[in-house]
Design a protein around this ligand. Structure first.
Ligand SMILES: Cc1cc2nc3c(=O)[nH]c(=O)nc-3n(C[C@H](O)[C@H](O)[C@H](O)COP(=O)(O)OP(=O)(O)OC[C@H]3O[C@@H](n4cnc5c(N)ncnc54)[C@H](O)[C@@H]3O)c2cc1C
Length: 306
């Protein structure tokens, strides 16, 4: 561990489980809630000079924290970096702004384009990093630019410079999406709100709600042996629906959702994921790739090479 003194305001040994939707895992050695891009740059420069890894926590809705914690600096955006500002049909928001709020506020303002965010319980920064989408909505189609902080300063990237692919972008270590600007389409506020409501209803019918989960565990495979089936359908075919491991189980409603039944550890979750992957592999030969991101060290013999 580094002995270099952290910048003022950096906390030590901060529990992270409560900052994730699955609610498992340990503490970060260092933790900060920067309220400006300049402060993010300062933190990244310190962490890099101290050879500490950096982990960003958005809403923690696609994140698994190791039970042994994270031996680095965890950053959660705060203050101005969670705010929204409309200027005509342009929306400027902080990387820490929550997508359901962004979708609702845009609908309120009679602006279309970000409706798909209503069902994605993540932040704008997390959504850019993960290239999140739902119901055919595309972040890249409305994104004008994203601001990325690095140890050397901030830069603006146009959508094509993020190299978006399925649940992927090129946002890497020591890079934090601090702000983003979207170009939305003026529309009828009532119709946009009705669209949000129908998306919420469709989601409620298809996926479990009110559970501790990180959403989709595995990416849908791009493999002919899947014969067009999603990861959830493959897990179901392999008998994983409702399967339990310690305090974790694959949801009886949607097999690709892992839920924490109350007292699960990250080891329980990782063990369950490994079992799901093994069963689908035995059935089809496909090695499922995880969508959920990990902070810290988990058992690599279970997690595999993905
Ligand atoms: C119930 C439920 C439903 C979901 N439905 C969908 C869906 O329909 N479509 C979909 O795509 N996803 C879905 N997800 C997954 C998740 O919400 C998305 O991946 C979301 O984009 C993650 O954002 P986050 O802020 O929570 O990121 P986190 O989970 O906190 O982090 C995810 C990754 O992004 C990085 N990151 C976070 N913020 C930043 C930042 N500002 N700068 C740089 N890196 C950052 C993290 O370090 C980590 O690597 C769902 C999750 C749940 C729990």
């Amino acid at each position: 561990m580094s002995t270099a003194r952290p910048p003022d305001g950096v906390e030590r040994d901060a529990p992270l489980a409560r900052l994730t939707t699955i609610r498992t895992g340990g503490s970060a050695d260092y933790f900060a809630r920067p309220r400006s891009a300049g402060r993010v740059v300062e933190l990244l420069a310190w962490a890099q000079s101290a050879s500490l890894p950096v982990g960003v926590i958005g809403s923690g809705s696609n994140l698994l924290i190791a039970d042994t914690g994270f031996k680095g600096l965890a950053i959660k955006l705060d203050g101005h970096l969670t705010e929204l500002h409309f200027d005509g049909s342009t929306l400027l928001c902080g990387g820490g702004a929550r997508l359901p709020r962004v979708a609702a506020r845009s609908a309120e303002a009679g602006l279309a384009g970000l409706e798909f965010g209503v069902n994605i319980p993540g932040t704008v920064g997390g959504a850019i990093r993960m290239n999140a989408n739902a119901y055919g909505g595309e972040l890249a189609s409305v994104l004008e630019w994203g601001e990325v902080a690095t140890p050397d300063g901030v830069e603006r990237r146009a959508p094509e410079r993020f190299e978006f692919a399925y649940r992927r972008s090129n946002v890497a270590g020591y890079q934090v999406v601090t702000r983003a600007q979207f170009g939305l389409r003026p529309g009828d506020s009532g119709a946009i709100k009705a669209n949000l409501a129908s998306m919420r209803d469709r989601r409620k019918a298809a996926q479990p709600s009110g559970i501790k989960t990180f959403g989709s565990t595995f990416k849908n495979p791009d493999d002919p042996r899947a014969e067009g089936r999603t990861a959830g359908q493959l897990l179901e075919a392999a008998g994983c629906k409702g399967l339990e491991h310690g305090g974790a189980r694959f949801s009886p409603k949607h097999a690709n959702f892992v839920e924490n039944r109350g007292a699960a550890t990250t080891a329980d979750v990782v063990g369950l994921i490994a079992e799901g992957r093994r069963r689908v592999g035995d059935l089809t030969g496909i090695v499922l790739e995880t969508e959920v991101q990990v902070l810290g060290e988990v058992d690599q013999s279970l997690w595999g090479a993905v």
